[in-house]
Design a protein around this ligand. Structure first.
Ligand SMILES: Cc1cc2nc3c(=O)[nH]c(=O)nc-3n(C[C@H](O)[C@H](O)[C@H](O)COP(=O)(O)OP(=O)(O)OC[C@H]3O[C@@H](n4cnc5c(N)ncnc54)[C@H](O)[C@@H]3O)c2cc1C
Length: 315
């Protein structure tokens, strides 16, 4: 079967992808969106979201279902498949899905997001959204006057630990070495904060909790020098060991940073290839929020609309 020809493909179904779909559909670009293996993106693995403007409290999966319905109602074609191959070196761009569907498209919006790096502990998955988090900005508010631990030793871990002291009664920073990788200025702020205690040379072995109601009660740690096991009581566990952008699909085709995040022209969603736009956590290693991703999805659709009208007027 010959490839389907289209003006705009959107890869990814998180806030960035669905917002791009809403704007592109309203601009009559007839976009096709691929959901990938996590329809709805990262917010589908969390519980309450309390910082989406206009919703005092909404479950992450419900918010994403609303976005999907919105895009669908406006006429966006939504395909629940993973894109396995893109070729951005020739025009029109070539895209192929896992099932072998092929497309030739004039423009692409990449919104494949990122994933937090996790420790791979036995109970980590079980308590995700119920005490285990990778986002202090998102979940810190739920730990007012509670004890939390942050795991990591880089800038992200130190920033999250300091941020969490706004809410928590006590913050333990657990690090497996005897020095931090974070910038010295951040370390100074960390050491000066009375609410933070650093636990050096400890590796987290598992998350401890209870089933009814599902929630975290502590962590088990191992001393990296003596191998001695011990426990820390806490209600929240923040894993802060970095994020990995889902950029494997376009690796070596687009300009990216060493960390894998896609590079865009400042103030736009334009990538190093005209007609290819990128939005959301795939380009953002700073804010990493639903609302900022959605905003970039909007920008990407507007950038794509402008690009398409320019190339089509030129023909
Ligand atoms: C547990 C948790 C709780 C959070 N809580 C909040 C919160 O309360 N408030 C907040 O603002 N933010 C929160 N965040 C952050 C927020 O979820 C992200 O910033 C946001 O989802 C990023 O949106 P995105 O559209 O860039 O990508 P993502 O949500 O990461 O979605 C990426 C999409 O791309 C798809 N995809 C990837 N590769 C392919 C491919 N090859 N083919 C097709 N599709 C592909 C995936 O299936 C997925 O649909 C939370 C994150 C986590 C993990």
């Amino acid at each position: 079967m010959s490839p389907t020809k289209t003006k705009l493909l959107i890869i990814g179904s998180g806030p960035a992808g669905y917002t791009a779909a809403v704007y592109a559909s309203r601009a009559m670009l007839s976009p096709i969106l691929f959901q990938g293996i996590q329809p709805g993106g990262q917010l589908t693995i969390t519980t309450e979201v309390e910082n989406w403007p206009g919703e005092k409290e909404i479950l992450g999966p419900d918010l994403m279902k609303n976005m999907e319905d919105h895009a669908r109602n406006l006429g966006c074609e939504i395909i629940s498949e993973h894109v396995s191959k893109v070729n951005l070196t020739e025009r029109p761009f070539f895209v192929e899905t896992d099932s072998g569907r092929q497309y030739l498209t004039e423009s692409v919006i990449l919104a494949t997001g990122a994933q937090a790096n996790w420790l791979g502990l036995d109970n980590e998955e079980k308590y995700k959204g119920f005490g285990v988090s990778a986002c202090a900005t998102c979940d810190g508010f739920f730990y007012k006057d509670k004890i939390v631990v942050v795991i990591g030793g880089g800038n992200m871990a130190v920033e999250e630990a300091i941020f969490l002291t706004k809410f928590a009664s006590k913050v333990y920073l657990i690090h497996r070495r005897d020095e931090l990788r974070a910038e010295k200025i951040l370390q100074k702020r960390l050491f000066e904060n009375q609410k933070i205690e650093i636990i050096w040379n400890k590796q987290v072995k598992d998350v401890l909790g209870e089933d009814n109601p599902l929630g975290v009660t502590g962590i088990q740690i191992k001393d990296t020098l003596s191998n001695e096991l011990s426990e820390i009581n806490c209600s929240g566990v923040f894993v802060a060991i970095g994020h990995s952008p889902a950029s494997a699909l376009i690796k070596d085709q687009l300009k990216t940073f060493d960390s894998g995040y896609v590079s865009t022209l400042p103030g736009t969603t334009k990538t190093s290839i005209p007609g290819v736009f990128a939005a959301g956590d795939l380009v953002d290693n700073v804010y990493r929020q639903a609302v900022t991703s959605a905003a970039m999805g909007c920008m990407a659709a507007l950038d794509a609309e402008k690009y398409l009208s320019e190339i089509n007027n030129g023909n």
